[in-house]
Design a protein. Structure first.
Length: 226
């Protein structure tokens, strides 16, 4: 026969509640019984133990912080709006910078594709082709037709445009103009003292990075980041 004892010491429970042991020396002792408790008696004992533990732990729980019933103060609102504005400006600046760099990449790719295209067309048609810049943001492709006089250069494409806020750098337009030709032999020819080092340099508004397109007479095309 097992003897059932309902004696409980709550010193360990006090440790669980983070209460200093030096301040609590009270020991709760429940009646000692030698009879086998019924189920109802077990429930009563368990309820009593839980009540004591909850009472002890509740006295030393963290304070209940409540929201200010009057809402936010004007200082809190102004501080939140200021922080939100700073974050929005930083985010917009990053987006604008990425857009400018993307425009430079697109512009460089457009011109490089046309430089390669006039060479392939010149070889396939047996007619010289050239790129003629109208200004620092637009250009078109022309082909040489010997059957037409006196102006033997005929427009062979629609006008191309650089992306917005993108243009040729100072000096590039004068160097490019209509000075780059591709002959039927597949080589590039520079007219009017033009040169391919670099052929054009491209810039964008608000962006410090630029790109240059270098072209050799033999047909090599290289993109250089400045």
């Amino acid at each position: 026969m097992r003897w059932w004892c309902s004696r409980v010491v709550l010193s360990d429970a006090l440790n669980d509640c983070n209460a200093p042991q030096t301040q609590y020396r009270t020991v709760f002792v429940f009646p000692l019984t030698l009879e086998r408790p019924t189920f109802t008696r077990k429930c009563q004992i368990a309820h009593l133990r839980c009540s004591c533990l909850l009472k002890l732990c509740g006295e030393y729980s963290l304070p209940n912080f409540r929201r200010n019933p009057h809402g936010f103060t004007i200082v809190e609102i102004m501080l939140s709006v200021t922080i939100a504005g700073i974050l929005a400006l930083s985010f917009m600046g990053a987006i604008v910078g990425l857009k400018s760099r993307d425009n430079i990449d697109r512009a460089t790719t457009q011109i490089m594709n046309d430089v390669l295209m006039i060479r392939s067309r010149a070889i396939s048609t047996g007619q010289s082709h050239r790129i003629r810049f109208q200004n620092s943001t637009s250009w078109l492709i022309e082909r040489f037709d010997a059957a037409i006089t006196p102006n033997a250069w005929v427009v062979a494409s629609e006008v191309r445009y650089l992306p917005r806020q993108t243009s040729l750098m100072a000096g590039s337009f004068e160097n490019a103009a209509s000075n780059l030709e591709a002959s039927s032999r597949g080589v590039y020819v520079f007219q009017n003292s033009g040169n391919g080092s670099p052929y054009v340099s491209i810039e964008a508004t608000g962006e410090t990075k630029t790109k240059s397109l270098h072209i050799s007479v033999g047909g090599a095309v290289e993109v250089v980041i400045n």
